[in-house]
Design a protein around this ligand. Structure first.
Ligand code: DC
Length: 663
């Protein structure tokens, strides 16, 4: 996951390959609650790991359910209709609507002393229609803040189940879902009828609910979309094992990617056209806009068809979440696209009509909006603008706008707060980068070089972490090469140059966090020793070895960008890097830092000797004939003798930001 303040996407050229998507949010949280309400133990496979499911799992644990997680498989031991505890419980729902609504209903029917709270946005998302319906059937619910909104306090109900229970269907289908999942708890000896008032929106989500209820032993009778009857004697029964389909709304970004990007097409695993999720019908909308889609059991394959895409007019009531993706596809169309019947966007994670319109406009598009519609005009070549996309703590806004990086003007796109995708798809950007490609020269590289012990490694890895970029510690490659050569019985002298170079060319090296693996074996400690540095220094003056490592170093230039630290980075390896920093510090400071470092590791050290050593090494490094230590011509010098590491990072970030196109 990218936990950075922003993520810059370089202009993208195409995409091909296969992605496996995380489990559906809607199915995951329904399955968790149903497993908790039933008798027996349920093994849930392919559960989504996200903010919303974590909120639900935490609540179930608080209620006293058995919850055992093992990767994406979670085993739930249900309450069998009774909650184990009688103490007051306070639940924190974050911004998880798929946990808040159904839990409110289930807890109100179960009864107890429960408080449900969330983040400030949750306290602005309406729940009054659900509370009204629950009060109608005798539940005891109080508003702790504004009437009609969380937080809520729930007490003991006096259930009155004889008359049909009315619920509004035109604000959020989650209210009906919540009732449908809660009422079987009270239907042991009588049938219960729910009546929908007004036009029911988002029917496909109700279909998911009904489908899953059936898997848990509840056969709801549906009379049109107005009347739902839970038969007398209904009792939750665990299905034993259940698989969660991949999220069809998450699939929309990769379906759109296949339709927009040049390449061999995209294959999506985990969800097919026969999915029980309503958002699978996004496939039809994307096809109408020009995508070529084929499907089989649990997979979809998408290729670019019509190009530019075709502008469409669509009633989006059946695909409220996935329809946001159409708004960004519309930027690549041959005419305007009108998305109708999207009033529910206004009460989601943010007001999505306002958000989508504002961010499309930032990119340069003309957008018209109404109470429940949005018209987006295409953005021709020459009119795209560099934009820093605000994401409103809304995962879908972030994912949608990543698709703007395919713009014809080859302009990068900045996504603010990229970690908001964690709500449903924590590794979204990793999945995108695994299939998307950019021109190599468009992938940014920042080079940091400087004398030994100047702190360039620390600086480079900190800046990499702030930008979400990869990190190349080129010194480690020379250290590993020397290590491999010694292991192969070679000397580190010119006599073995060709053979060391052959080894370097096929070095089976992998970096995993701070660990360095050679052929799967952890060599971190071995190469990080003073001796390891000396050995690296010997092989690093052999021109054939340097040449042999060039390709490996280039291979680190991957999306979304790279921090490269070491000799030659800005001169030989990445001469066109847009930012090069030459980091220096006076010898006294460097000796002191090295001294501290050694002492903290439990080695004895003498500052004066260290300083003499550093100065000798500087002289050798600067005067050596192969790859001498010297700043690239266009490098910016940073003397960090009296700077903290944070201040040095800040300086590099300021230089970097000043070279970006985002206003
Ligand atoms: O940065 P370091 O201490 O891990 O580097 C080990 C040795 O390798 C040091 O003598 C410099 C050399 N080196 C090099 O010649 N070229 C690089 N790109 C990186 C390191």
């Amino acid at each position: 996951m990218f936990a950075t303040a922003f993520l810059d996407l370089p202009p993208l050229q195409g995409a091909s390959g296969t992605v496996t998507l995380p489990g559906s949010k809607s199915i995951s949280n329904r399955v968790l609650l149903l497993s908790a309400l039933c008798q027996g133990t349920t093994v849930v496979h392919d559960l989504l790991d996200s903010d919303d499911t974590r909120v639900m799992l935490a609540a179930l644990r608080q209620l006293g359910c058995g919850v055992h997680a093992d990767g994406s498989t979670v085993t739930i031991t249900g309450l069998g209709g009774q909650h184990a505890h009688h103490d007051a419980i306070e639940f924190f729902m974050g911004n998880a609507g798929t946990a808040m609504r159904p839990l409110t209903a289930a807890l109100s029917v179960l009864g107890g002393d429960f408080t449900l709270k969330g983040v400030p946005r949750m306290h602005e998302r309406p729940i009054g229609d659900l509370v009204d319906a629950l009060r109608e059937l005798g539940c005891h619910i109080d508003y702790l803040g504004n009437t009609g909104f969380p937080p809520l306090r729930i007490g003991q109900p006096k259930l009155k189940l004889d008359a049909p229970i009315p619920v509004r269907g035109d604000v959020s289908s989650q209210f009906l879902t919540a009732l449908l999942m809660a009422l079987p708890l009270a239907a042991q000896d009588r049938s219960i009828t729910i009546e929908v008032i007004g036009e029911l929106i988002s029917k496909p989500y109700i279909e998911i609910t009904l489908n899953l209820l059936e898997r848990y032993g509840i056969a709801v009778e549906r009379h049109g979309w107005q009347r739902f009857v839970i038969p007398a004697g209904s009792r939750y029964q665990s299905p034993g094992t259940i698989h969660v389909e991949a999220d069809a709304s998450s699939a929309s970004y990769f379906i759109a990617l296949g339709a927009i990007a040049q390449g061999d097409g995209i294959r999506i695993n985990g969800v097919g056209a026969d999915s029980i999720q309503g958002d699978i019908r996004f496939v039809e909308a994307a096809t109408q806009m020009g995508a070529q889609v084929t499907s089989g059991p649990n997979w979809l394959a998408i290729r670019r068809g019509a190009w530019p895409l075709k502008g469409i007019t669509l009633d989006c009531n059946h695909i409220p979440d996935a329809a946001m993706t159409l708004a960004v596809m519309a930027l690549y169309a041959d005419g305007p696209t009108l998305l109708r019947n999207i009033a529910s966007w206004r009460v989601k994670e943010t007001d999505r009509i306002v958000a989508m319109a504002a961010e499309c406009r930032k990119l340069g598009a003309t957008v018209e909006e109404g109470p429940d519609w949005l018209r987006i005009h295409p953005l021709p070549k020459g009119q795209w603008q560099a934009a820093s996309i605000h994401t409103y703590d809304d995962h879908r806004v972030a994912m949608c706008f990543s698709l703007a990086a395919f713009n014809a003007d080859q302009i990068p796109v900045r996504i603010e707060d990229p970690k908001c995708v964690a709500k449903t798809f924590p590794d979204y950007f990793e999945a995108l980068f695994s299939v998307a490609h950019a021109n190599t020269l468009d992938i940014p590289v920042i080079c940091i070089d400087g004398p030994t012990a100047s702190g360039k490694g620390t600086l480079a890895s900190r800046v990499a972490a702030q930008l979400g970029y990869h990190y190349l510690d080129s010194g480690a490659l020379y250290r590993v090469t020397a290590h491999a050569a010694l292991q192969a019985g070679l000397t580190l002298e010119a006599a073995d140059e060709t053979r060391i170079a052959d080894l370097a060319r096929q070095l089976p090296v992998h970096f995993e966090g701070d660990q360095v693996l050679l052929g799967g074996v952890d060599v971190t400690d071995a190469i990080r020793s003073e001796q390891g540095g000396m050995n690296a220094s010997k092989v690093s003056v052999l021109p054939a070895v340097r040449e042999a490592l060039v390709q490996l170093q280039h291979s680190f230039r991957r999306l979304p960008g790279l921090l490269a630290d070491g000799r030659d980075m800005g001169t030989v390896i990445f001469p066109n890097a847009p930012l090069k920093v030459f980091l220096t510090a006076n010898a006294a400071q460097r000796a002191e830092r090295r001294h501290k470092q050694l002492i903290s590791k439990g080695f004895s050290a003498n500052i004066d000797a260290l300083r003499a050593d550093l100065e000798a090494r500087d002289a050798r490094d600067m005067s050596r004939s192969v790859a001498p230590l010297r700043p690239a011509q266009d490098a910016l010098q940073l003397d960090n003798s009296s700077l903290t590491i944070e201040a040095s990072v800040e300086q590099v970030m300021v230089w970097w930001q000043s070279r970006q196109v985002f206003g």
